[in-house]
Design a protein around this ligand. Structure first.
Ligand code: HEC
Length: 166
């Protein structure tokens, strides 16, 4: 039996409609919710160093995420929502003061290392946020601040193979 051309067209339309509906439903589920309440509104670092973190890290590592319009468009939304969820799980500056000082120190040590290695901020994020780049001067300032607050030792790379605890 020959399947008529119009049947193929109908089938294609159904497939496209299902794909669109599916991604909209997936997008609904994964749309960024309103940010969780800010628990920490004070300073993580000094007044000089804090704005660097706010500019370069807070979108994924705090509850003060500035959601761009494309964070509401599936399937892009899926990646953004997952990055933010994962970022907050590792380090959440909005919950900083509920973290014991030794954990804070280790988080900062790891943060400096991630910046030095060019791992953070995530490259994909930098494509859309050129202003989030951490310059050498920014890094020097952050390092100075971490030394003053947590001690010189935490400005050096963490011991090889040390697992990051949550
Ligand atoms: C676009 C989102 C995003 C931005 C912006 C971002 N991060 Fe991350 N960060 C993540 C994600 C996702 C992870 C977990 C996966 C990974 O390690 O790559 C993470 C992990 C980390 C970790 C834990 C690494 C480990 O191995 O345990 C540290 C520390 C960190 N980020 C620091 C920073 C700092 C400091 C900045 C700003 C200079 C920053 N991040 C900017 C998304 C982001």
């Amino acid at each position: 039996m020959r399947i008529s051309r119009s049947k193929w067209a109908k089938a294609a339309l159904v497939v496209i409609a299902v794909a669109i509906a599916g991604s909209v439903i997936a997008g609904r589920v994964l749309l960024p919710e309103a940010n969780p309440p800010l628990r920490h509104e004070g300073w993580v670092l000094s007044e000089r160093a804090q704005p660097i973190l706010e500019r370069a890290c807070f979108d994924c590592h705090s509850n003060a995420t500035r959601w761009p319009w494309y964070a509401y468009v599936p399937p892009v939304s899926l990646f953004i929502v997952m990055d933010v969820a994962e970022g907050r799980e590792h380090v959440n500056f909005s919950a900083w003061d509920s973290r014991p000082p030794d954990r804070q120190a280790k988080d900062m040590q790891k943060a400096l290392e991630e910046i030095r290695e060019g791992e953070m901020p995530l490259k994909m994020y930098l494509w859309a946020h050129a202003d989030a780049r951490v310059s050498e001067a920014d890094l020097a300032l952050l390092t100075e601040d971490v030394a003053a607050r947590y001690g010189e030792a935490f400005t050096r790379p963490p011991p090889e193979g040390e697992e990051h605890e949550h």
